[in-house]
Design a protein around this ligand. Structure first.
Ligand SMILES: [Zn+2]
Length: 291
């Protein structure tokens, strides 16, 4: 594992293309395929953005490194940087993290400074790993250590879980990859994204607040895609509502429309139901403006 210093102006391209640029080729040890590269906001920018305690939101999965002989790749991908790098790193995926900063983890070494990339000691890597949200990534976790959605909420709290969901969404929005069709009618979707969101609301219906746990002894809710995946809807939190089965079915059968401005479901007979729990729509970052 390494940490990379990155500036906000560069990061979208890093997330979207899973790419990064180096001034030198890392040696001793060399980068290994599958190794995680933490994208850390440079400190001055983190201070400016109020992200001193959440400098890391994403990690790249290293795949290979290639020289940029004439600087053409650097200029193509980071045109505003006015410089070129001799080495370009290609990742196989971008993985969202729970927002965190290395300085807050009580690690054995100070990883601050300008060195890019900075090697992270294996003993410290163990402390960092829980923040990597493989379940929210579009790639399978290498060493299977599946954590349930409710464990994520218990460990990191509601606020940071939602921030990690938004990190997933930022990758999905930037990638804009249409979901692959697996059968005629079914589209692949990230079950963990839906589960994380359901856990965020404690499995309460966002419309009516219905909670099955007290009466039935089980937490039960459903994830509804506002714009259907089959119609090009994105599998991101901004396109998902957590609903009780009643509201899920009635919204489908009446084709009720979701009004994002008023956070209200509008039924054809004129009934309006405003969301009782609208959190993840209200707090959504600008890149999730889905219109
Ligand atoms: Zn409901």
């Amino acid at each position: 594992m390494r940490r990379l210093n990155v500036r906000p102006a560069q990061i979208d391209e890093c997330i979207q293309k899973s790419m990064f640029a180096f001034s030198f080729k890392p040696q001793n040890p060399e980068l290994q395929p599958g190794e995680l590269l933490l994208l850390q906001l440079v400190k001055t920018e983190a201070v400016r953005l109020g992200k001193l305690h959440s400098r890391i939101d994403f990690a790249l999965v290293f795949d290979h490194i290639e020289p940029d002989h004439d600087g053409a790749i650097s200029r193509l991908h980071w045109p505003k940087e006015n410089r070129v790098w001799p080495w370009i790193v290609y990742g196989s995926a971008t993985v969202p993290t729970i927002p965190f900063s290395l300085e807050d983890l009580g690690l054995s070494v100070d990883y601050d400074g300008q060195t890019n990339p900075r090697y992270i000691e294996p003993r410290d890597e163990q402390l960092i790993r829980p923040y990597i949200q493989w379940t929210l990534a579009e790639v399978p976790e290498p060493a299977l250590q599946l954590v349930s959605a409710s464990e994520v909420v218990q460990t990191f709290g509601q606020k940071r879980t939602l921030a990690a969901i938004y990190n997933h969404d930022r990758i999905a929005v930037l990638h804009k990859v249409p979901k692959r069709m697996v059968t005629i009618e079914q589209f692949t979707r990230n079950q963990f994204l839906a589960d994380n969101l359901k856990s965020y609301y404690g499995n309460r219906c966002q419309v009516c607040g219905k909670d099955f746990l007290p009466d039935y002894g089980v937490a039960f809710s459903e994830a509804h895609h506002i714009q259907y995946l089959a119609q090009g809807g994105l599998d991101v939190s901004g396109n998902i509502a957590v609903l009780c089965p009643n509201h899920h079915r009635i919204i489908h059968s009446t084709n009720a429309q979701f009004n994002r401005k008023t956070l209200t479901y509008e039924y054809p007979n004129g009934l309006r139901e405003q969301l009782l729990h609208p959190d993840h729509f209200v707090n959504a970052p600008p890149f999730l403006a889905l219109g």
